[in-house]
Design a protein around this ligand. Structure first.
Ligand SMILES: Cc1ncc(COP(=O)(O)O)c(C=O)c1O
Length: 397
């Protein structure tokens, strides 16, 4: 009988360079946000070859989304448009600020927010009608302030269509690019740089990682200044400067109630090495995805993800035309770690406290949820491990 080894869903690619970078910081006497974080910000934005970009390193993409919405002026009574098909951070950020997340369904046949439904939702809110799911004249009204598209799995949303809607109705766009580094909307146009603000995640399973962490990109200097201040207690000067400037001073002023969302140097050092390997890691992910695609192209029971050279390949989502939950159990019994992205937010108890959403309100998101299965996809998977996943999927009926 063939022996199976256990294959985790995701394993970060950490080598000697990452280890020595972290050790260097541990031995440096400066552990919190400082030189490494500043260099990480500089090196990250350099990838995009756009000198007008500002980069702000944060403790997570969740934190980044929170301060991005705050800097856009979102507050109590406001509405923010998000897909139902996403992780809770995308919508929770609005609720932290007393605003209401308004859900929109996916474009049929994709995992992405539907621009047609976005426009319908904006129209409905403007005209005083209910957004999808809200009934009987009940629910948020008025012009939404921000739209947060999610570049699911590393594939970009239909940004040209979304930008056109945002321009027409005067909405800001914050791109949830947690999955999308490095990914492009089209050649030369990077995910996270198309809208007003882009937020990236460096969580342990992401395409590059700092364990926990994230970065915000934007071109507007005022927004960048505001986000950088909110990130660090609402203090009017960087902590780094406060302790180390030639004119070092104990004096500072708190100009607003900010958070402590900074990225420490230990993590930034790890991020700098990962960043230097970003395209090597992407190539490895791409090669694994290509093997899956080749193996499953003709499979009668699955639809393979959209193939594109612009994909960051954070996920390899299969759409299963069979009993998805049974497949998960069988793959698990064969030692294969799989996951589901996502359980739509309209099904979550917290968001249901605002409105008794029905699955039929967001039919495509719900359909995706009941059929999607994410296969293991991490840079250091061996050829044998990839073959094992392929063989296991091919045995399923
Ligand atoms: C779409 C999406 N947005 C935001 C986040 C939050 O990222 P972080 O864990 O860095 O806060 C995640 C996390 O997985 C995510 O999947």
């Amino acid at each position: 009988m063939r022996m199976h080894t256990t294959i985790p869903f995701a394993v970060p690619s950490i080598g000697a360079a990452e280890e020595s970078a972290v050790l260097r910081v541990l031995r440096s006497g400066w552990l919190t946000t400082g030189k490494e974080t500043l260099s990480f910000e500089k090196e990250f934005k350099a990838v995009f070859e756009d000198p007008s970009l500002h980069a702000i390193a944060v403790s997570s993409a969740s934190a980044g989304l929170h301060i991005a919405l705050k800097a856009c002026g979102v507050g109590p009574g406001d509405t923010v448009i998000v897909p139902s098909y996403t992780f809770t951070s995308t919508a929770a950020a609005a609720h932290f600020l007393g605003a209401q997340a308004v859900f929109v369904d996916c474009t049929p046949g994709t995992f992405h927010i539907d621009p047609v439904k976005v426009e319908e939702t904006v129209d409905r809110l403007l005209q005083g009608y209910c957004a999808y799911g809200w009934r009987g004249g009940f629910g948020p009204k008025g012009k939404p302030k921000v739209l947060i598209p999610v570049h699911y799995g590393g594939v970009c949303c239909d940004m040209p269509a979304l930008i056109a809607i945002a321009q027409q109705y005067g909405l800001k766009i914050i791109e949830d690019s947690a999955h999308a580094f490095p990914a492009r909307v089209s050649p030369g146009i990077w995910a996270g740089t198309y809208g007003d603000i882009g937020v990236f995640s460096f969580y342990a399973t992401k395409t590059i990682t700092t364990g926990e962490g994230g970065i915000i990109l934007c071109r507007d200097g005022h927004l960048a200044e505001s986000m950088s201040r909110i990130r660090s207690h609402g203090i009017d000067r960087a902590v780094w400067n406060r302790y180390t400037d030639v004119q070092a001073s104990w004096y500072y002023e708190v100009v607003e109630a900010g958070y402590k969302y900074n990225l420490p140097d230990i993590l930034a050092a790890l991020g700098r090495v990962q960043l230097s390997r970003a395209f090597e890691l992407l190539e490895k992910r791409r090669a694994i995805a290509a093997r899956y695609t080749e193996a499953f192209r003709a499979h009668p029971l699955v639809t393979i993800p959209r193939d594109s050279v612009e994909n960051a390949w954070h996920l390899y989502p299969l759409y299963v035309h069979s009993h998805r939950d049974v497949w998960i159990s069988l793959l698990k019994s064969k030692g294969i770690g799989v996951s589901v992205h996502f359980i739509p937010l309209h099904t979550m108890p917290y968001y249901k406290t605002f409105c008794a959403f029905l699955d039929s309100d967001f039919p495509h998101a719900y359909e995706n949820f009941t059929h999607e299965l994410s296969l293991p996809l991490w840079p250091d998977m061996s050829e044998e491990q990839v073959s094992q996943v392929i063989a296991a999927v091919n045995e399923l009926t």
